[in-house]
Design a protein around this ligand. Structure first.
Ligand code: ADP
Length: 397
């Protein structure tokens, strides 16, 4: 079996897959590590357990994960040897990793090098790798990078038009995120459409709390909306998306806001929340707009407008468009937002089948929802499965 681990600063999420990666055998989480109210939960064999107890460290949290997987009543395996390989989500691999990689001391050292680029995410990822390797020292561990899929961008796409030394000396360039999700759904789209990968020009809309739109041509990322930090591109739940960078200076110099305050504003107080003044949750914003809330309607209009603009831009960059893919919480569940983004894109061959669009919700099923020349698909994302599939391949299982 293959264990996947997503280790954050205070949370560990894990899934145990059957060896063929067709089945999730167990799924669990340890949360609020080192904080008040820490707890764990696990679902396996139809049993859900949840318990609140002090969990002071990641070390203790990993002990709990393994203990729960092995538990005689509610566990999933009888012996730890059932775990044949471990796949780790790694957030930032900079330009050092273009694909998933077997973890060894050299990989760990390179990931350390990437810490300044993802100071919030890479340190807990590294803790996760070290702890899991201590507990399961004899099996292969594989790192799957969120940034790897976008490493196929050409220099003209990833370079910022700053003095070149910023790229050479400080690694300042576009990296993009959500690459594991985009890779998974674009591979699934090829299967659903039964068309050769090399011939497909896709725009993938990963619309969750975080939002990424990516141009994928012949299976390779050509451009993507998130750049160096994680707030460019389309507006998100609480992040602004594209703004004029000059605003940052204006907010600092004329409005007297500190860099920390500005960072809080563009990451935590903007996006759907900022424009609507009500919520960062698309469901609430849609419901309020339906009831006549003008600011919520504006938030929806702005969201769709920004996403649509990237669709046009990416079709231009790829020199055509064969397929749109919607995924993640909003992309999988909001017929309203899918319709708003696709409206007026007939000139690109995009036309939704209204009934199929309405039906494609919460089913976690893959669906074709278009009736025009350009296929429009809803594909539920599954980053854990992608991690498990890579791990299986790299571990040679
Ligand atoms: P994350 O990026 O944290 O993984 P998700 O992919 O779960 O987030 O997406 C969360 C977003 O999906 C929220 O804005 C939520 O409102 C939205 N969402 C979930 N279900 C629906 C729905 N039925 N209709 C509209 N939006 C939805």
């Amino acid at each position: 079996m293959i264990l996947t681990i997503n280790c954050g600063s205070s949370t560990i999420k894990y899934q145990l897959f059957s060896s063929d990666v067709n089945q999730v055998v167990a799924k669990g989480m340890v949360a609020r590590i080192g904080e008040d109210g820490s707890y764990f939960e696990q679902e396996a064999n139809g049993r859900l357990v949840k318990e609140t107890r002090p969990i002071p460290s990641h070390h203790a949290a990993f002990d709990i994960c393994i203990h729960n997987l092995l538990h005689p009543d509610y566990g999933a395996i009888k012996a730890i040897e059932a775990i044949e390989a471990v796949g780790h989500r790694a957030v930032h691999g900079a330009d050092l990793f273009i694909e998933s990689t077997l973890i060894d001391a050299d990989v760990i050292a390179k990931l350390e090098e990437c810490v300044p680029l993802a100071p919030l995410h890479n340190p807990p990822n590294l803790i996760g790798m070290r702890e899991a390797m201590l507990l399961l020292p004899t099996v292969p561990h594989v790192a799957v990078f969120d940034t790897a899929f976008n490493q196929t961008l050409e220099p003209k796409a990833y370079i910022y038009a700053l003095p070149y030394s910023f790229y050479e000396e400080h690694k300042i360039r576009k990296y993009g995120f959500h690459g594991t999700s985009v890779r998974y759904v674009s591979q699934r789209a090829v299967k659903v459409l039964k068309r050769p990968l090399s011939a497909l020009k896709m725009v993938v809309f990963h619309l969750g709390n975080g939002v990424t739109v990516t141009a994928v041509s012949g299976g390779k990322a050509v451009d993507t909306t998130i750049g160096f930090a994680t707030f460019s591109g389309v507006m998100m739940g609480t992040r602004s998306g594209d703004i004029d960078p000059g605003l940052i200076f204006h907010m600092h110099r004329q409005l007297g806001l500190s860099p920390d305050e500005i960072e809080q504003i563009v990451y935590k107080k903007s996006g759907l929340l900022g424009v609507s003044g009500l919520s960062n949750d698309m469901r609430e914003v849609e419901a309020a707009a339906q009831a006549g809330n003008v600011r919520c309607q504006l938030a929806l209009d702005k969201f769709a407008f920004m996403a649509k603009k990237y669709c046009g831009a990416f079709a231009a960059v790829m020199g055509g468009l064969d397929c749109l893919v919607f995924t993640a919480g909003i992309g999988e569940n909001s017929p309203t937002m899918r319709q708003m983004i696709c409206d007026d894109l007939q000139f690109l061959g995009v036309e939704l089948d209204a009934e199929k669009n309405e039906k494609a919700i919460r089913g976690k099923v893959e669906a074709v929802i278009s009736c025009g020349e350009t296929a429009v698909l809803v594909i539920p994302t599954n980053e854990e499965k992608m991690i498990a599939l890579d791990t299986k391949e790299i571990a040679g299982l």
